[in-house]
Design a binder for this molecule. Structure first.
Ligand code: MEV
Length: 441
């Protein structure tokens, strides 16, 4: 294959067929590949158009399983969680953990706060005290400048809740921030926040220049953007039961102590903490994706929060005080149930229907529940039989698909490897050996 080094311009203006033509030419592929790519598209043209319009330059659809984990008792309400993940053991673990805790009172929650923030980053060459002293007036004019953008949100009880001026000379000479707090109600609010911040950034230099005391100094806007660090949009979810109920669980006499030790390690040791929190995000991301929310924003915010003390730590914690096993998670989760693709992607909207049309606060609770449940399941497995047993079924399925084993021959292979550790070569040898036996008889 020879690669043409010429740059491709105007690619996004090409039709889908033309983009596929490009692939065929570039890699010397046959028409078979084109037809194969089309097999992943929906026959429902309305749906396909919606999916194509979600992104740029699409040539096909990329599928992931859409799964269900029922039996989540959350604040006394039974819920079924829709999950999008390629890791089958996550869905199995969540389903099992949902039942386990439903039989022990379920999951409980408190939404601690729902605020979000963004900043206008700028430099100003005057005396910081001068700017600070007239900032109340500047704030009033800034709020007035954004009124047309914020009016609707304000009417519903949201909007800008605070604008503060921060002087940060340790970062850059003459560097300031407008640190702006928002309440965006049932929306994640990224568009609203960014539009408002860009409006503030546009208005700020003139508002400063209009002020007699400040007009000599120079104001330069660097950028205006929301922050995905959302510690003020935070939820706490917990489960609890009598510690003695867990003694002997999975054959482990001191299950509660061992569980607490495992969480303690994740709280103190960064190598373990990252993996521990990855196990939490297994559950959260699957539900975030199913509801059409931004999993990159959630991931970034969660990990920054895990490092808020200056050391990266576990997002969950355990206490065994007063004979009570109490396991909880506290995590920032800025999500929405309106806006973005939550109502545009048919399956995202369907997920919200399955969740019985939660508001953003309830969705935060369900997400933290999924995180705590997947964390409980992972740590439970790790301190008892390990995680590989649960992963083997998925691993075997992947190997069977990779080897393209015909459906009719799979049952025997699955039976042979039940409860065993599986490797690619073991499965290949067993399969080929079996075929050989069958042709010899
Ligand atoms: C695997 O996807 C997640 C785990 O590694 C999480 C953990 O170790 O706690 C099992």
């Amino acid at each position: 294959m020879t690669h043409n080094k010429q740059l491709i311009r105007g690619f996004s203006k090409r039709k889908k067929e033309e983009r596929i033509d490009f692939l065929m030419e570039q890699f010397g592929w046959s028409e078979q590949i084109r037809n194969w790519l089309y097999t992943f598209e929906s026959e429902n043209s309305d749906f396909q158009r919606i999916i194509d319009e979600l992104s740029e330059n699409p040539v096909s659809n990329y599928h992931l399983p859409y799964c269900l984990a029922p039996n989540f008792l959350v604040d006394g309400q039974m819920r079924c969680f829709p999950l999008v993940t390629e890791e089958s053991s996550v869905v199995a673990a969540l389903s099992k953990t949902a039942v386990f805790w439903a039989e022990r009172g379920g999951f409980h929650s408190t939404v601690i706060s729902t605020g979000k923030k963004g900043q206008v980053h700028f430099t100003w060459t005057g005396k910081p005290d001068d700017l600070q002293s007239v900032f109340p007036e500047i704030r009033t004019r800034l709020l007035a400048a954004t009124r047309t953008i914020t009016a609707n949100m304000q009417q519903r009880g949201g909007g800008i809740t605070q604008i503060e001026l921060l002087h940060r000379p340790e970062v850059l000479p003459n560097y300031f921030q407008l640190d702006v707090s928002f309440e965006t109600l049932n929306a994640m609010g990224a568009n609203f926040i960014n539009t408002t911040l860009e409006c503030l950034a546009e208005a700020l230099p003139q508002i400063i220049a209009d002020h007699l005391l400040l007009r000599e100094a120079e104001c330069n806007i660097i950028m205006a953007i929301l922050s995905n660090y959302t510690p003020d949009c935070r939820v706490k979810v917990w489960v609890e039961c009598a510690t003695k109920e867990l003694l002997g669980l999975d054959g482990l006499a001191d299950f509660p102590e061992r569980f607490a030790q495992a969480v303690q390690i994740a709280s103190a040791d960064v190598s373990r903490a990252v993996t521990h929190n990855k196990g939490i995000m297994n559950g959260i991301d699957a539900l975030v994706i199913a509801t059409g929310n931004d999993f990159r924003a959630i991931e970034a915010g969660a990990h920054a929060f895990a490092a808020r003390s200056g050391q990266y730590r576990s997002l969950s914690s355990v206490s065994l005080a007063n004979g009570l096993f109490h396991f909880e998670i506290e995590i920032p989760l800025a999500v929405g149930v309106i806006g973005g693709i939550t109502q545009v992607h048919p399956l995202a909207a369907f997920s919200l229907k399955i969740l019985e049309q939660p508001d953003a606060r309830q969705l935060m609770t369900y997400l933290a529940t999924a995180g705590l449940a997947s964390n409980f399941a992972a740590v439970r497995a790790l301190i008892t039989q390990g995680i590989q047993q649960g992963h083997m079924k998925m691993h075997l399925s992947n190997i069977l698909n990779q080897l393209q084993v015909p459906e009719a021959e799979r049952t025997a292979i699955r039976k042979h490897f039940q409860g065993k550790t599986v490797s690619y070569s073991d499965v290949e040898n067993f399969w080929k050996g079996n075929r050989h036996d069958a042709t010899n008889t």
